[in-house]
Ligand binder design. Structure first.
Ligand code: PXP
Length: 240
């Protein structure tokens, strides 16, 4: 199973000081060196973490595919057509939400999305739709010509965080069914959101899922795993 590393929250730390470090491009290069299959980033309307400049620099400098998550707006499509990531993943976006809350409602916006993705596909960009593991949404995604779907694992992760194993099993069953159905319609099937070192294993056992996109948990672990070394290096400088 492939791993797409989402580097958004490296930029969250940078932006907390409106400075230049940590640079998400460096994180992308380190992820590539560590064996990641893809770099994923979400340029949001409010640019709260990565921005267009990060996107450009990452596309120019990494040698693994780049997956741009974005809302289906005119502004974002222009950015995608200018910078040409390997893939665009369309996600719903509301300004006030902390992170992506639910999947895209493809059923309700079928006509709009069908037209929206045409120029992206014509430009040779793979189009993936971030959706809930719902048969109707998968069918609608295939109908409008999406190449792939990314199944929203957020509710599964929330159930895990609540130690609600019955709900975990229920969410897993939905993901298994959705993955199988998506593949049967010829869609490539990916998954992501809220996955951690604790809850990822059962998802890796769903064989129709080709790739996972994981961000927050990897960045969180990077901060803690690197903390001791960072403190020691500063102490060495202070020794004079
Ligand atoms: N996939 C999609 C479509 C997302 O919107 C996000 C969050 O930006 C992720 C994956 C990664 O989620 P997390 O940071 O919780 O691993």
């Amino acid at each position: 199973m492939r791993l797409g590393v989402n580097i958004d929250h490296v930029a969250t730390v940078r932006n907390a000081r409106r400075t230049f470090e940590p640079d998400p491009l460096y994180a992308a290069i380190i992820a590539q060196m560590a064996g990641a299959d893809q770099i994923t980033l979400h340029v949001r309307e409010d640019r709260r973490h990565v921005n267009e400049n990060d996107l450009r620099r990452i596309i120019e400098n990494v040698h693994i595919p780049v997956n741009l998550e974005m809302a289906p707006t005119e502004e974002m499509r222009e950015i995608a057509l200018t910078h040409r990531p390997n893939r665009v993943t369309l996600v719903p976006e509301r300004r006030e939400e902390i992170t992506t809350e639910g999947g895209l409602d493809v059923i309700s916006h079928k006509g709009y999305l069908e037209e929206f993705i045409k120029p992206l596909k014509e430009a040779g960009i793979e189009v993936s739709l971030f959706i809930d593991p719902d048969v109707g949404q998968i069918e609608a995604s295939a109908d409008i010509g999406a190449d792939a779907v990314e199944l929203h694992t957020g509710p599964y992760a929330e159930a895990w965080n609540a130690f609600d194993w019955k709900r975990v099993e229920g969410e897993l069953a939905k993901l298994r069914l959705a993955a199988k159905f998506g593949r049967s319609l010829g869609l490539r099937v990916y998954a992501g959101h809220g996955l951690t070192y604790h809850n990822v294993k059962p998802i890796t056992q769903i064989e129709e899922i080709e790739e996972l996109n994981i961000g927050h948990s990897i960045v969180a672990n990077a901060v803690l795993l690197g903390f001791e070394r960072a403190v020691k290096e500063m102490i060495n400088l202070l020794k004079g």
